[in-house]
Every structure is written in structure tokens, then in C-alpha cells.
Write a protein that binds this ligand. Structure first.
Ligand code: NAD
Length: 476
């Protein structure tokens, strides 16, 4: 398909800017060229969304009619699933198996969760209070600006677009410039679902387009997934304009290994949860807290698990670790590894050297650090690459303290033979999602961060609520 036009409220429009050239992180070859939205295109998209919100039928449809439209979209989506998964892998290096199963393959379930939440919502609720009868009306929050990160682009966009639509909002999506191509396929899917004019625009672009969209006075809510520094900037603008915001930001999640854990199974679990998507996952378990009494055993088991990774072309279904998204990210991850070495942590496996035969790609050796402290940069900063740090602790109270000693609070896990003990630990860690003997995302349960990991929750009923304003009517 051609990717040379922007999708503005139901129409395909020629861009004025030079296209975005997407290069494969595997070998640098050109994957495709995508239409690049200017601030003028953003203005047009917002104007269409505003008009559609104010006079269009979409916000005024019965909830079941919007559900029917979303179900048409879901059916059109499934028909393009394989194509979308492969495109994501070509653009950002996600291993194809993960693009298929973990990303595109989870979308139908995610949409079902949102539809169930929409059906369960009392859009008009008549109630009786001490001062007489009243009605609670749940209305769309308005024009939504959706700004996703590059790492799991479809999961992120769908997690914003669908609940916004079900609530009756109109939406302008500004996909990340690393992954504009799959977003334009999604625009075709949206077109196939036959939504009303102006309801959805998809305008790929860079930070400038994003900044313009966030600051636009006709946008009522910004839903953003990305780094914490950009989230803070967006939060300042939204706060100043009293705009609604939902921010899904970075993480530095801790996996607490208890003394009674089955170390072999723990290492197998972390092989997945710490290195998922080449380590480019906000909720990756990137700090392992291991008891001093079993520290060596945990490090050895993790080394063994990492040594077995199949690294290479992400389009190969056998590949477990592909490249990071681009040269800039590769340089950033390698710099973090070098900083860890300078700070005195020990590289057990991996390190900053290139991988033979893969020099043309943005590859980083899956790296394990031991003998690290929680105050080192490798334990505090989000690296967003295949780097895992093991930190020793004395007793469980110290483990919980170290897990909480982080600016972030997105996710976490505990590994133990005693599930009840695991649950007690889970309740003490300040993080938005937490797993006992596993960590994996579930696109139907609340997801989001404590502290610098964000504001608000996505998915299911919580995710839908973000796009709803509540009005109380008296004397009705
Ligand atoms: P990023 O913050 O660099 O960019 C995210 C998006 O914001 C992109 O679309 C980008 O073009 C846009 N943007 C950049 N500057 C902007 C500005 N000033 N105003 C408006 N928009 C702007 O993040 P990234 O590198 O694409 O993604 C990696 C980050 O995303 C990591 O920190 C990761 O933890 C986070 N993330 C969080 C979640 C979550 O659910 N919490 C999920 C995935 C990724």
C-alpha cells in the first residue's frame, strides 16, 4: 500500500512536508516512506475533530451504535493482523513472534474488554438523593489528542483510540516517527469501519507536531505514552490549560526473588519479563532483587538463561532478541552499559562490544550486571534496552524498601514458593501492576503507573473512564 498520504477525518490528504524515511533497525535498509504531518495538518485534523464533536452525529449516537462501529473496526483489524505485525517488526525490530502474539494478537481481546466496559456503563443514570431525584450523565470528554511511543505502537494506539471512540470522543492520533507505517495501515482499517467524517485523524509526525497538538486550545484531553521527561512537559502544558491528561510513562520495575523461590523457574520467567521486546518495554522487570543467601545462584541462573537467547533478524520467527529501534537508542543503551561498568558493577554476560555479523544493525548484547547497588545509574534510570541488573538484599523489608526506592512505580513482581507471602509483598510495593511468579501484560485489566510512571490507568473499565466527563442534572 502507499503510505504517502495523511488520514484527516476520513479523507486521504497529500502532506506538504518531506516524507519520514523509515529504516530497518536490522540492516539499515529502507522499509518505507510515510507521510509526515505538519502543524498545519494537525490544525486541520483538530478542526475536523472539533466540528465533528460539536455538530456531528458521533457523540450523539446511542452507545450501542458506537459499539457496532467499533466491532466493524475490530473485524477489519483482524483481517490485516499479519500484515500489521510484520510491518511493526520491520519498523522497530520487535521479534516477529512478539509482534504477532504479544502485540497485534492481543488487540481483539483488548477491544472486547473495552466493549464490555462500555456495555456495563450507565451513560444515563437516574438516582434518588437526600435532596431529591437527579440524573448522572456520562459524556465524552471531547477532542482527544493521542500520542503514542514507538515500542508497541498498535497496542498503545488501540488502547487510546477505542475507549475514546466508545465514549463518543473524536480523536487525533499523532503516531511516533519511528513507526508511522503501521499507523497508516490502521488508518485504512478505520476507513473500512465507516466512521463518520472528522471522528478520527491519523497524522504521523515528530516532536514538533506532538507539541503543537498538545498545546492546541481545541484539544480537551491528551493521552500520551512515552518517556517521563516528555510526560512532564505535556503535564505542564495541560495543567496550565486545565486540560485532561492521561500519561503512561517510564519504569524501572523490580523483580523480588524471595529466599524460597525456585531459582530455575524464576530465571526462565525473567528471561521473558525482563527482555520482552528487546528490553524496550515500559514494564520490563529490569532490576532483580536477590537475597544475599542465594545471590550467586540467582546470578548464575540468569546468566544461563541469557546465554541461550537467539539473537538476530527480528523477522525470523526463532529470534528472541532483535535490534533496538535506531542508532540513537543503541548509543544510549551502550552508554548506560559503559556507565554501569565505570560505576563498579560487574558485567556477567553481554557488555558493550558489537555482535559478530550484526554490526549493520542496532544490536546490543543482552547484558547482565551483578554486584550492583540501587543508587547506581543502571539501577535508577530507565535504559530501554536488553540490560538487567541484580542487586543483593538482606531481609524482605530491605527488598521492599529497595523496590520502592525508585522514582518510578509502573510494575513489579515477586518470585516465591509461597503465594500468600508473595501477595503480602505485592501489597507493599508502590507500583501500578504486580505479578506473583510471573509478569506479563493483560490488555483488559487496569494498567498504569504510580509516581513518575504516570497519571491514570488504561484498559478495561478504568481505561474507558478516562474519556468520560460526568454531569449531574438536578430537577429532572
Ligand atoms: P518519547 O517520549 O520520546 O516519545 C513519545 C511520543 O511523544 C512520540 O510520538 C514523540 O514523537 C512524541 N513527542 C516527543 N516529544 C514531544 C513533545 N515535547 N510534545 C508532544 N509529543 C512529543 O518516547 P519513546 O522513545 O517513543 O518511547 C519510549 C518511552 O515510552 C519509554 O520511557 C517507555 O517506558 C515509555 N512507554 C510507556 C508505556 C506505558 O504504558 N507506561 C508504554 C510504552 C512505552
Amino acid at each position: 500500500m502507499p503510505f504517502d498520504q495523511l488520514y484527516l477525518g476520513g479523507e486521504w490528504v497529500d502532506p506538504t512536508l518531506e516524507p519520514i524515511v523509515v529504516r530497518s533497525p536490522h540492516d539499515g535498509s529502507v522499509v518505507g516512506e510515510a507521510a509526515n504531518g505538519s502543524v498545519g495538518d494537525i490544525d486541520r485534523a483538530v478542526a475536523l475533530a472539533r466540528r465533528s464533536l460539536e455538530i456531528g452525529p458521533w457523540p450523539r449516537l446511542a452507545p450501542e451504535e458506537r459499539i457496532a462501529a467499533v466491532e466493524r473496526l475490530a473485524a477489519a483489524y483482524v483481517a490485516r493482523a499479519d500484515e500489521l505485525a510484520e510491518l511493526i517488526t520491520r519498523e522497530n525490530g520487535s521479534p516477529l513472534l512478539f509482534s504477532r502474539i504479544g502485540q497485534v494478537g492481543s488487540i481483539a481481546t483488548m477491544i472486547e474488554g473495552f466493549v464490555a466496559a462500555a456495555r456495563a456503563t450507565a451513560w444515563h443514570e437516574r438516582l434518588e438523593g437526600p435532596y431529591g431525584p437527579y440524573e448522572v450523565v456520562r459524556e465524552p470528554v471531547g477532542v482527544v489528542a493521542a500520542i503514542p511511543a514507538f515500542n508497541v505502537p498498535q497496542v498503545i494506539i488501540i488502547g487510546k483510540l477505542i475507549p475514546a471512540l466508545l465514549a463518543g470522543c473524536t480523536v487525533v492520533v499523532k503516531p511516533s516517527p519511528e513507526v508511522p507505517l503501521d499507523a497508516l495501515v490502521l488508518a485504512e482499517v478505520v476507513a473500512a469501519a465507516g466512521l463518520h467524517d472528522g471522528v478520527v485523524s491519523i497524522v504521523p509526525g515528530g516532536a514538533g507536531a506532538g507539541r503543537h497538538l498538545v498545546a492546541h486550545r481545541d484539544v480537551d484531553l491528551v493521552t500520551f505514552t512515552g518517556s517521563t521527561p516528555v510526560g512532564r512537559e505535556i503535564g505542564r502544558v495541560c495543567g496550565e490549560q486545565m486540560k485532561r491528561m492521561a500519561l503512561e510513562l517510564g519504569g524501572k520495575s523490580a523483580a523480588i526473588v524471595l529466599e524460597d523461590a525456585d531459582v530455575g523457574r524464576t530465571a526462565e520467567g525473567l528471561r521473558f519479563s525482563s527482555f520482552i521486546n528487546n528490553g524496550q518495554a515500559c514494564a520490563a522487570q529490569t532490576r532483580v532483587l536477590a537475597p544475599r543467601s542465594r545471590y550467586g545462584e540467582v546470578v548464575d541462573a540468569l546468566e544461563d538463561a541469557i546465554a541461550r537467547f537467539t539473537i538476530g533478524d527480528p523477522l525470523d520467527l526463532a529470534t528472541e532478541i532483535g535490534p533496538v529501534v535506531n542508532r540513537r537508542q543503541q548509543a544510549k543503551v551502550l552508554a548506560s552499559i559503559r556507565d554501569g561498568m565505570v560505576d563498579g558493577a560487574r558485567v556477567v554476560i553481554g557488555g558493550p562490544a558489537p555482535i559478530d555479523g550484526l554490526e549493520a544493525g542496532c544490536y546490543v548484547r543482552p547484558t547482565l550486571f551483578a554486584d550492583a547497588r540501587n543508587d547506581m545509574a543502571i539501577a535508577r534510570d530507565e535504559i530501554f534496552g536488553p540490560v538487567l541488573t541484580v542487586i543483593p538484599y538482606g531481609d524482605e523489608a530491605e527488598a521492599v524498601r529497595l523496590a520502592n526506592d525508585s522514582p518510578y512505580g509502573l510494575a513489579g513482581s515477586v518470585w516465591t514458593a509461597d503465594r500468600d507471602r508473595g501477595r503480602e509483598i505485592a501489597l507493599q510495593v508502590r507500583a501500578g501492576t504486580f505479578g506473583v511468579n510471573r509478569y506479563g501484560p493483560d490488555p483488559t485489566t487496569p494498567f498504569g503507573g504510580f509516581k513518575a510512571s504516570g497519571v491514570g490507568r488504561e484498559y478495561g473499565a478504568e481505561g474507558l473512564r478516562a474519556f468520560v466527563e460526568i454531569k449531574a442534572l438536578h430537577g429532572v
